[in-house]
Design a protein around this ligand. Sequence first.
Ligand code: GLN
Ligand code: ZN
Length: 758
Amino acid sequence: MKTAITGYPRVGTLRELKFATEKYLEGGLSKAELQDTAALLRKNHWQTQKENGIDFLPSNDFSFYDNMLDAAVLLNVVPKRYHDLRLDRLDEYFAMARGYQGANGDVKALAMKKWFNTNYHYIVPEIEDDTRISLVGTKPFDEFTEAKSLGITTKPVIIGAFTFLKLAKTTGNKTPVDFAADVITAYAEILNQFNDLGAEWIQFDEPALVMDLTADDIILFNKIYSEILLAKGSIKVLLQTYFGDIRDCYQEVVSLPLAGIGLDFVEGQNTLELVKRNGFPAGKILFAGVVNGKNIWRNNYDKTMNILAELKKFSAGIVLSTSCSLLHAPYSLKNESALADEYKKYFAFAEEKLSELAELKRIMSGDRPAEIPEYIENARLFKASRFHPEVSVQAAVSALEQEDFIRHPAFEEREKIQKALFNLPLLPTTTIGSFPQTREVKSNRSNYKNGKITFEQYTRFNQEKIAECVALQEKIGLDVLVHGEFERNDMVEYFGERLDGFLFTEKAWVQSYGTRCVKPPIIWGDISRSRPITIDYIVYAQSLTRKYMKGMLTGPVTILNWSFPREDISLQESALQIALAIRAEVLDLEANGIKIIQIDEAALREKLPLRKSDWHSEYLDWAIPAFRLVHSGVKAQTQIHTHMCYSEFSDIIRDIDDMDADVITFEASRSDLTIINVLNQCGFKTEVGPGVYDIHSPRIPSAEEIKIALFKMLEKTPPEKLWVNPDCGLKTRGNAETVPSLENLVDAAQEVRRSLQP
Ligand code: GLN
Ligand code: ZN
């Protein structure tokens, strides 16, 4: 048995690529220096893989920004507006990725979207009617040759033609299918060139095959591969799938003249079943994705060996592989000096996953696997209990009953009670929570963290900021106030650090998009809240004003989705544990006189399963109740708000209403208001605050344009249901643009209000 990986992280263990790229873009590094950094990283990564016993090493998994964008550039899919900038290739590439403003012109970046069910984002290629798709780039060949000159024969990796066409968008009259013939020709040419270069294998990544496929999709897929593969020559083509199983096209895939097929046995719920039921063609190699490419936990060898034992019955040629690219895992435990070994021994980051593959190979090639020391050690690890369970937390979750998830009285009655009680004006104005995080706000936090100031000093500073923020909001004339979140950096990190059961790393960065990385906390044990988290600051903020102050919390689904989850219990179980902890905080806020409580679920939509048929059974059926559990215990007089980033929830609109919040605010200023129509059509009951201006841009919106936006919304939304607020939190903005923007927002709301009142 041999070992392979689908791809490796590229940003560098210390995020070298991020820093070099940012420096280059600011003009502090030359092109050659940036290229050198990149080449050095590639070399290190190949060496690490070699040293850790990997047989099939990927190349072209490197990228300066994104592999989808790399594929677009390779195929000449460069919209005219970028071409017209007349930049060199690398700068044109960055212009597509990040936008360009300078001597050669002013263009926005291409759109960015979430990469399947990961937190990684890809650049959406844009094909124009007159785009001439053809192989014009050299990156995959250059990197293959580069590795070869280091003595390493790699397996080049390229986004497959089907996935490319499925994810690309067309801007004119043509559809992606109209470009299929050109794409096929270009991919055939890729195979020709790799034949000339003496490549043995090539990997085409086709994650789009794990989605729900239509009959037309399957026809397109068949057409693409039956034609491309005519050009394979002596190259072995590996069709790599990941993030799920290929239940809609298994037969088609195994019937193609491929040399290898990569299947995901981790996230692919039906993968093993598909192989068992349909068999696996003799003579082809099965790249078995058995080591999870996304998580941070050690592989359970016993379980993996069981899968492999089954697979051996169907295929004589198995290569041990990762379930997906290791891009989605942090680099290495070697960088974690603060994490104790008692924790570390349970973890495997990318580098450790390489050695897991090598260990599995060793174990599987012996006659008596159970006697191999690595196996014994692994089995011991999984047999021992990892931590002391919080019996009371587990008991509280299992004691939950249907009633615990239902808030009384029903929405309509609460709405009446709250309208009478709060006596807010029509179109109440508010913000999403955070106010600008100025340099002094950030250094207050870091000074406290580094022990440079005392807790008292730290707290006093935050209180001063809160007081300023409250005074500012009163002066601007907002109706429902916030405290400003000066004590928080990342909201999930903030709550994670204050709840029991989380672990934090120093360097476990994972690429989110371009040069941006995130460092998710790890859910280690049962989650509980041992003491109040936000009460002091919120109560203090409320004491400064007679207006209503919103309590500000993060919801369980978002905390879970932005962490590395446990694998020994279900996501549902973890979500309910977190929900109970946040519920206690909600009830404490209420008991301390806070009348409006916002529970952010910014990331609710993020982990929606890839297949529609799984949406409810695998996710929404517990995610929505977990949110309801957080607030079901409050009085009718307490108003619950929630906030979601993006308004892309038309397709789950009923589930959003089912969260049973009293008010939901969401990002809407960049969308075309279709969401407002959808809300209207489905009779959405929750009061809504679609963002009236984009906080991602430093632009100050005029009162006039906000008024226009509000009148548009009022065409489809009854005034009693409408709130007025920005798109999202203001923490990334400066005060210079925030203050006038909010002033204009309040002016606009007041004017519209006047026009509504007879
Ligand atoms: N309350 C948070 C803030 O205003 C919400 C952030 C978010 O939606 N991502 O910053
Ligand atoms: Zn948001």
